[in-house]
Write a protein that binds this ligand. Structure first.
Ligand SMILES: Cc1ncc(C[n+]2csc(CCOP(=O)(O)OP(=O)(O)O)c2C)c(N)n1
Length: 206
């Protein structure tokens, strides 16, 4: 199974959602399908896509938040599974594309290579009830549909080939993406009539 094919399959469902993706190959493959202002391509902070997704999901309960992660990234922040399990955001879908490789930086083996480490089992052990592994594109599609329909935290570990795009390149850098993404989040939140809670000590607060 190829990650690019999985992304192509779910793109119609995620193009209007808040999406946080890891850097490198995964970001490029999503970008190549078509950039949306609601997509954030996290760079540098390897492992923290799910942490950002958790913050967004808790802050924006009316949104469905999709995190696109990698095995190398998830392994750098295993504590995220316990944190996700504890706060259990019902509107977060955490997809980990497990290619057993640090593909974007040269293709070094990760600990999931040859099935040594099972990320779905780690997620379940951390207390996440809906954590599945899939190896076929169809199975991935089904797991994704179930996760989108489920009003509960879902983790999907998709075992994919260690292949990425032939050409890398985006027409904007991290700061521009970050500013535009933040503005997009604010506009979507404002459209729901959301008002910030009064700051402690300000007029009108208890
Ligand atoms: C803290 C940190 N360490 C190292 C890097 C360099 N780096 C960027 S992408 C990457 C590999 C990511 O591997 P994985 O999450 O499995 O995704 P893949 O590239 O395989 O799609 C590395 C090591 C980084 N961005 N941040």
């Amino acid at each position: 199974m190829e990650r690019a094919k999985c992304l192509e399959l779910i793109y119609p469902e995620i193009e209007d959602k808040l999406v946080v993706t890891i850097m490198g190959a995964c970001a490029q493959e999503l970008y190549d399908l078509g950039h949306r202002e609601s997509f954030f391509y996290l760079q540098h902070a390897m492992g923290l896509a799910s942490s950002i997704g958790l913050g967004l999901a808790r802050h924006l309960p009316h949104e469905k938040v999709i995190v696109l992660d990698g095995d190398g990234s998830a392994l750098m922040n295993l504590g995220t599974f316990a944190t996700l399990a504890r706060y259990r955001p019902s509107n977060l879908v955490h997809i980990i594309f497990d290619n057993g490789s640090l593909l974007s930086t040269g293709g070094f083996d990760s600990h999931t290579t040859a099935g040594i480490t099972d990320l779905a089992a780690i997620a379940r052990g951390a207390g996440i009830e809906h954590a599945v592994s899939v190896t076929e594109t169809m199975g991935f599609g089904e797991a994704f549909v179930e996760a989108m329909e489920r009003a509960d935290l879902s983790v999907i570990v998709a075992h994919v080939d260690a292949v990425g795009p032939d050409i890398y390149g985006m027409d904007f850098a991290l700061p521009e993406n970050a500013f535009r993404f933040k503005r997009c989040v604010q506009e979507r939140r404002a459209a729901t009539g959301w008002k910030p809670p009064p700051r402690p000590g300000s007029v009108g607060s208890a």
